[in-house]
Ligand binder design. Sequence first.
Ligand code: CUA
Length: 355
Amino acid sequence: MKKWLPNWRIVSLLSVMALFLAGCGKPYLSTLQPVGEVADMQKSLILLSSAIMILVVVVVSIIFVYVVVKFRQRKGEKDIIPKQVEGSHKLEITWTVIPILLLLILAVPTVSYTFQLADVAKMDEEDSDALVVNVTAHLYWWEFEYPGYGVVTSQDLYVPTDERIYFNLEASQVKHSFWIPSAGGKMDTNTDNTNRFWLSFDSERVGQGEAESIFHGKCAELCGPSHALMDFKVKPVARADFDQWIENMQATEHTAETELAQAGEEIFNQSCITCHAIGADAQSDAGVAPNLTNFGDRERIAGILEHTPEELARWLKDPEDVKPANLMTNTYGELNAQEVDALVEYLMSLKVDEE
Ligand code: CUA
């Protein structure tokens, strides 16, 4: 009886792991709940390769058990040596041909999809109307530039549904990887070359169920202490709404309304502006820090905190505590409570989306 104990431990460990992994199925970041063409292709490859692997494991296990039982040493057969088989053309051909066939079944769609997913020819066409987004991964945030529109933003990626969005992927300091699990990826962002690919969002599947219409983006390459905190959000909207957003971003001429916000603007223009930028195409200085034009519309503070004045204050007071090794840490000394309040009021008022 005693020797069963360790097995129960393994069983309970496995059930805890299964529970734990069940948490990976969130509709806004699951590769198994695709929202576009790329994610569909990638999911079908996941399912096909899993099916082939399961088939192999099951068939091999059945043969293994059958052989172990059938050819076991029986009572009184201790000195019997079974017939020795050396070389069998039939068997050798069988176990060579079957894996080749399985690999072919896997290879044909894989190679075909690889070419389809890498098809960015439209980016190079003259007078191309393809929507291009330049993505730059920084420590630890994401910059999104729409070169066709002169708009730069960060952290929240706006994209139109039902069309291909082409990405130029780069990184400023170290290698990261751009991944939107529901839509596809991932692809490395490198410091010394530009990677390109495309994604799409199907309007009929955006806004369904729990996912609503905001998807999570992740950094998928270990890049430093805040790698796991390097999140962004994706907002797929109808083309007309996207055009409206672009227009709002371009038109932005922000004026601080309340007295507190004006005080915040003053502080911002004295210190924060050295790294950050506000204004549609105002590229922050060499991409040191995010463009904050539509900061008030963001889903999260610093990509991870709830978008509330309290959390923003927490971030401003101690960025290092929220996101270790980020570049905002210790850049301007400590802010006093009044300064934080004013900055919070000002930053939260930076909006372009109509409510
Ligand atoms: Cu950036 Cu991991």
